[in-house]
Design a protein around this ligand. Structure first.
Ligand code: ZN
Ligand code: ZN
Length: 388
């Protein structure tokens, strides 16, 4: 092989993984909804448009108009389709297919601990592992708007919603293969991103539309790993200080915008004996009297990553074991107990949501906010691939 072709081959290989070159956004994606929940009965109500109930052979069984409701009840590996208390059909797999320009529905499981949720798009119904197995084929941007609402809540500035939309869109596109072995793209849990239905908030939908198709990419045009957290406590974390990979855009920096926000401070009390037991059980570490003094008087004026000077005890492990809000805390002895005074909420890598909210309120644009939390990156527009 000539050198020229070798170089082209090698460059092609480098660009393969997440490059946006030639990449488009799918018009529709498949999201596993109520994933992890065991559902045996639910109501389906049309809220907008028109739905065709089609069986496995694409035969139309029913047509549903707004406010008509049908009930699905699992019986072993099949299910009954019920209307007005009579069983109309028994099937193994069906699709509720939207037939108007805009179609949406409400799904109301009879489980006491689950609330009804609204969705755009189609619904595929199947039975797996003694439960309904539900897939929402949803227009991609409707998924983004729903996820912005569930991941960030209400009453935020338009620029913040745009930032949140761009990072959610980028994260979703990067992870489209995550559940391919299960027959859908993304789940609706925090494992992918929280998507408990469509957005009900006009300002979120408008912000998502303003930045429609926009993703954030690194210098080589690759989609970023757009991790985020609630509040960094005034200092973000390098990716390698928490995980193993050092990503050039996930660099630690001081953040002055989040330090007066609701998630900026916390306190917790743990027993000194419990901490001692944890060090012994997890690391076989019995601190000397002097070392214990250092640990119980541990201070972080700027972020540190280990509790002990020997760098055995990673603060991430302490956070996980004691269920703390962050690793950014100091310790003081109070009798038999240790008082932990902490800053921030979450892992601290990438975008700080409360910092980004404040920056948006101070007039920072979506580009400025993204460039602060993801260094040397830019926004890129991707076309939506049309499906006919
Ligand atoms: Zn997932
Ligand atoms: Zn912050």
């Amino acid at each position: 092989m000539r050198l020229k072709y070798l170089v082209i081959f090698f460059l092609g290989f480098l660009c393969f993984a997440q490059s946006t070159a030639g990449r488009t956004i799918p018009e529709i994606i498949d999201v596993g909804i109520f994933s992890g929940e065991r559902i045996n009965r639910f109501n389906f109500t049309v809220t907008h448009g028109r739905y065709l109930v089609c069986n496995n052979n694409h035969e139309k069984l029913l047509e549903l108009t707004p406010f008509s409701t049908i009930t699905f009840e699992r019986k072993g590996s099949e299910f009954n389709i019920i209307r007005n208390d009579s069983v109309l059909y028994t099937e193994k797999e069906i699709r509720l297919q939207g037939a108007a320009f805009h179609n949406s529905f409400i799904l109301n499981p009879s489980n006491r601990d689950l609330e009804l949720r609204g969705y755009d798009g189609d619904l595929k119904i199947d039975v797996k592992n003694e439960s309904f197995f539900l897939i929402n084929s949803v227009p991609f941007e409707s998924y983004v708007a729903g996820t912005v609402q569930w991941e960030s809540g209400f009453n935020h500035h338009d620029n913040f919603y745009q930032v949140q939309a761009i990072i959610i869109r980028t994260y979703a596109l990067r992870n489209l293969e995550r559940h391919s072995h299960e027959g859908f793209h993304l789940c609706d849990k925090v494992h992918c991103q929280a998507y408990y239905g469509k957005s009900t908030e006009a300002s979120i939908i408008a912000a998502v539309n303003t930045c429609r198709g926009e993703v954030v990419v690194d210098r080589n045009g690759n989609l970023l790993n757009t991790v985020y957290h609630a509040n960094c406590g005034g200092e973000t974390v390098n990716s390698e200080d928490l995980w193993t990979e050092a990503l050039p855009y996930l660099r630690s920096d001081k953040d002055t915008y989040c330090t007066d926000m609701p998630g900026s401070h916390w306190q917790a009390t743990i027993s000194a004996r419990e901490l001692g037991n944890f060090l012994q059980q997890r690391y076989r570490y019995n601190p000397t009297e002097n070392e214990w003094k250092g640990i119980t008087g541990f201070r972080q004026s700027s972020r540190r990553h280990y509790l002990d000077p020997g760098e055995r005890v990673h603060l991430r492990h302490i956070r996980e074991h004691f269920g703390l809000r962050s690793t950014y805390f100091s310790i003081r002895i109070e009798g038999e107990n240790l008082l932990l005074t902490g800053k921030g909420y979450g892992h601290g890598v990438g975008l700080c949501q409360e910092g980004a909210m404040q920056r948006a309120r101070h007039g920072h644009s979506r580009e400025e906010i993204l460039k602060f939390y993801y260094r040397n990156t830019s926004i890129q527009y991707l076309e939506t691939e049309e499906v006919w």
